[in-house]
Design a protein around this ligand. Structure first.
Ligand SMILES: C[S@@+](CC[C@H](N)C(=O)[O-])C[C@H]1O[C@@H](n2cnc3c(N)ncnc32)[C@H](O)[C@@H]1O
Length: 236
């Protein structure tokens, strides 16, 4: 049935396709990367510890896709807001998470979504930035908006180059479109505290995608440095 849905998808409204995708119950629609956090167990533990030790009060994800990581976030019983630009994926994920009242999935470009947030700026917020797939890379704009508005943000960027471990893979869409420190640099006024996974990629599971962790709070940076040895602070 999954093949059939994909074949007729171009002729149907995206919202119907999202519902049909859900109806297939096909495992690849629900777990396209093997599991939440790309099936990476060390990454999942890093994020779990960030949530515990930083006292995260809500979670904002950019790039919902099939809602796999959104569903994992929902398990923490915190408010979860996720932005997805493709209606097919957003409708699928809304159906998937229909029984999670604290999860909200908005159909929009992530930058517009972040701009539209009007409350709870002072809450400790975990941002999971994963909206990078197409010609337009929103990452720097996302980061600038978060830095401007959220004084207690913990930011995890998926698919980011890990400088000390080439086995971790990252997204590279061409000149000035690779998820690296060089790409991020124009967005920094001063270099923030940046952390990378300390677990060698060969001992990570799943897709072995790199990530970077930042925070807008010196206090939270000190907590991460002191309490999460799974992360290593980057030294220039
Ligand atoms: C790698 S997938 C996200 C995977 C998901 N976070 C997970 O862990 O399962 C990237 C998703 O981001 C979406 N996306 C790409 N650019 C976007 C943007 N500017 N705003 C919102 N969503 C975007 C894509 O449509 C796609 O569904």
């Amino acid at each position: 049935m999954r093949k059939l849905v994909n074949a007729i998808a171009p002729y149907l409204p995206a919202s119907w396709v999202g519902k049909l995708d859900h109806r297939t119950r096909h495992i690849r629609n629900f777990f396209p990367y093997g599991g939440p956090m790309n099936g990476q167990t060390a990454r999942a533990e890093i994020v779990r510890e960030l949530i515990e030790y930083c006292g995260v009060e809500r979670i904002i994800e950019t790039g919902t896709f099939r809602g796999t990581t959104t569903e994992w976030f929902a398990g923490f019983d915190l408010p979860v807001l996720s932005f997805e630009v493709m209606p097919r994926f957003a409708v699928f994920s809304r159906k998937r998470l229909a029984d999670s009242p604290k999860v909200r999935i908005e159909i929009c470009n992530s930058v517009d979504g972040l701009k539209q947030i009007t409350e709870d700026f002072s809450k400790v917020t975990l941002f999971y930035l994963d909206a990078h797939w197409y010609d337009y890379l929103p990452l720097r704009e996302e980061y600038l908006l978060i830095r401007e508005k959220f004084p207690k943000a913990v930011i995890v960027i998926d698919d980011f180059k890990v400088p000390h471990d080439d086995v971790y893979t990252y997204d590279d869409y061409g000149p000035d479109m690779a998820l690296t420190l060089e790409y991020m640099q124009p967005a920094f006024d001063k270099f923030p505290a940046i952390f990378f996974p300390n677990v060698p990629a060969k001992f990570e599971t799943g897709q072995r995608r790199g990530c970077a962790v930042m925070t807008t709070s010196d206090e939270l940076a000190a907590i991460i440095a002191a309490r999460i040895p799974l992360l290593r602070k980057w030294e220039a």
